[in-house]
Design a protein around this ligand. Structure first.
Ligand code: ADP
Ligand code: MG
Length: 251
């Protein structure tokens, strides 16, 4: 059974069909790339899957269970976590605090005055701090840990975003354009991190606009055009497919 499947997904905005009967599935342990020209519906696909918007038709299945229209909070509890095309870190907070704070995006976490904190909550806070510091180090952000994240480059923000979502310990990770605006060195760095997470067993779906970027990273490519599936298969075959080349020529 697929870990994630969408069946005949439809999402309209006014007269525009952003998703027009999209069916895609992802198996447990896969590393899948989602490509397509601007406006093809890639981000809307993630938005429907992660509960940010409700589809107008079709179904979203997680591990066989129908989760169509479920809230982002309830979906995050199942271990599905996503990043946004435009990163959402707090610019007036340090890198370290941004990573720590990500843990409180978890449902059920509340900030209480110190007086009311129980021992288990203090243990939990300690655990969060250690985990955050570990991720900051793994992502080689330690030299920036006490800087405001507003001072980071675009690429460093993408790394920070990745560290933040990993605080939530996902089993299904959805990444919306993690390489956009990132220089080649950091792109390789981020790609290496994604590969390592997948090697450890995490299922990962990566959206990417550019044609070449994902070729060496993913096992399988899915190409969307005008809200539905155009082509899917192994990267080399997909990238040499005339329909794909044509879809991009029209941009
Ligand atoms: P992609 O990520 O592939 O570039 P999107 O999923 O962002 O494409 O958008 C698909 C289409 O839906 C585009 O034409 C976009 O303008 C439109 N769209 C996406 N989100 C909204 C929204 N919230 N309101 C109106 N139109 C939207
Ligand atoms: Mg997009």
């Amino acid at each position: 059974m697929s870990l994630l499947a969408v069946e005949n997904l439809v999402k309209t905005f006014g007269g525009l069909r952003a998703l027009d009967g999209l069916s895609v599935s992802v198996d447990r342990g896969e590393l899948v790339g989602v490509m397509g020209p601007n406006g093809a519906g890639k981000s809307t696909f993630f938005n429907c899957v992660s509960g940010v918007v409700s589809p107008d038709g079709g179904r979203v299945l997680l591990d066989g269970a129908d989760v169509t229209g479920d809230s982002p909070e309830s979906l995050a509890r199942t271990g599905m976590v996503r990043t946004f095309q435009h990163t959402r870190e707090l610019e007036t907070m340090t890198v370290r605090d941004n990573v720590r704070l990500a843990a409180s995006d978890q449902p059920g976490e509340r900030t209480l005055p110190a007086l009311f904190r129980t021992e288990s909550m203090r243990d939990r806070e300690q655990e969060v701090r250690e985990r955050a510091d570990g991720l900051v180090e793994t992502f080689e952000l330690d030299h920036l840990a006490d800087e405001y994240s507003g001072s980071l480059s675009g690429g460093q923000r993408k790394l920070l975003e990745l560290a933040r979502v990993l605080m939530l310990d996902p089993n299904l990770l959805l990444l919306d354009e993690p390489f956009a605006g990132v220089n080649p060195t950091l792109t390789r760095e981020i790609a290496g991190r994604i590969r390592a997470l997948n090697d450890e067993g995490m299922t990962v779906v990566v959206i990417e606009h550019e044609l070449e970027t994902l070729t060496e990273l993913v096992d399988r490519l899915v190409v969307l055009q005008q809200g539905s599936l155009l082509v899917e298969g192994d990267p080399e075959t997909v990238l040499s497919d005339e329909r794909v080349i044509e879809a991009y020529l029209g941009e």
